[in-house]
Ligand binder design. Sequence first.
Ligand SMILES: NC(=O)c1ccc[n+]([C@@H]2O[C@H](COP(=O)([O-])OP(=O)(O)OC[C@H]3O[C@@H](n4cnc5c(N)ncnc54)[C@H](OP(=O)(O)O)[C@@H]3O)[C@@H](O)[C@H]2O)c1
Length: 401
Amino acid sequence: MKRVAILGSTGSIGRSTLSVAESYPERFEIVALAAGSNLEAAFEQARRWQPRIVSVALEADADLLRTRLKQAGLSEIEVVHGAAGAVRVATHPEVDFVVSAIVGVAGLEATYEAVKAGKTVGVANKECLVAAGELITAEARRQGKPLLPIDSEHNAVHQCLRGGRMEEVERIWLTASGGPFLNTPRSDFSSITVEQALNHPTWKMGKRITIDSATLMNKGFEVIEACRLFHLPPAKVEVLVHPQSTIHSMVEFVDGSILAQFSVTDMRLPILYALTYPERIQSDMRFPVGNLRHLDFSPPDMNKFPCLRLAYESAEAGGAKTVALNAADEVAVAAFLDGNIRFDEIPKIIESVVLASNCGKLGSIAEVLEADAEARRYAQERVLTMHKKRTGHPRAASVVQ
Ligand SMILES: NC(=O)c1ccc[n+]([C@@H]2O[C@H](COP(=O)([O-])OP(=O)(O)OC[C@H]3O[C@@H](n4cnc5c(N)ncnc54)[C@H](OP(=O)(O)O)[C@@H]3O)[C@@H](O)[C@H]2O)c1
């Protein structure tokens, strides 16, 4: 029986993980859950799974949840809150495996502490690898524990790498659906609405990653994530637009052989792979190979999607640049979702923040969080300036002073 903690249990990946656990009750026990602000879902999950401990983002919500659980006769479930609460969930002594699926840098400390506590970690939260991947992978090596990718592309690469040794790898190919605006002319980008940008062609995901997929920043983050997870330089990680999203990624070896992984587009499969690694177990997620007709590939257009170029440049520079890249994106995406900036202004904000940040090496999670806060402040200033320039109004709703 594997004892599992889920960071981000109320999100898309969190719920898919619970669905996997539901399908294999003899294999997985849910011991600890960390949610954000969806109190109703956190309560329902706590009632259904009866974990030892549950964390929510805010203290006031933790008080409410504690009261509701008591009324439901579940007062033995410990309720904690905040970043420290998520760390308690991630490092709970009864936990063997941690699924890291909080969105953004909010999940960084808990993910790092899980690795440091010697847990095996399945990583969906790519932003923590973008911001602090070198620290996290170094700690995992020290602990002698694998970091198992849940992101479908990296999960595919992980599977393909079982076909050869790391020193035999020529390069890896990350596939990209291209997002909803693959065929939209760049001249139309200024009028893209939030609703259009949230309409991803192949995957149903949280809002941040869906917007990041539309700008191709998600693919840029994945390039950095791949460099960190597989210890490769950015030049060895290439992106191919593959609108069918059938092949989840490929590894090319030095002899010219290319191994590709394909399967249904269902996140339960990479989650199951990570949870059961190094085993493979029976599932009902079948890909109808006989129906396969088209596999189209083309190079990404980095002029049309500057976020991908910015990610490659930040990956090359390293250090605080990738922290700034993620922080600026987090602020810019929130501002776009709140209607304060246009879709085509997202990369402009990110570029100005990355240019202003330094590329010094960051030696601790505290230094990463400091660089993150600084980049966030600057990004918020840029949002305010852009918003004011366009509307004449001094304040944008998404900007926290
Ligand atoms: N969805 C996918 O298919 C997919 C694929 C690959 C990688 N990923 C990555 O996986 C991560 C999660 O993605 P998602 O699509 O599942 O996102 P999501 O649906 O938006 O879920 C995010 C989760 O994070 C929690 N959260 C947010 N802020 C928090 C905070 N301050 N403290 C504690 N918890 C907090 C949310 O809680 P509440 O809802 O309770 O507020 C929710 O449980 C992201 O890093 C994403 O890039 C996702």
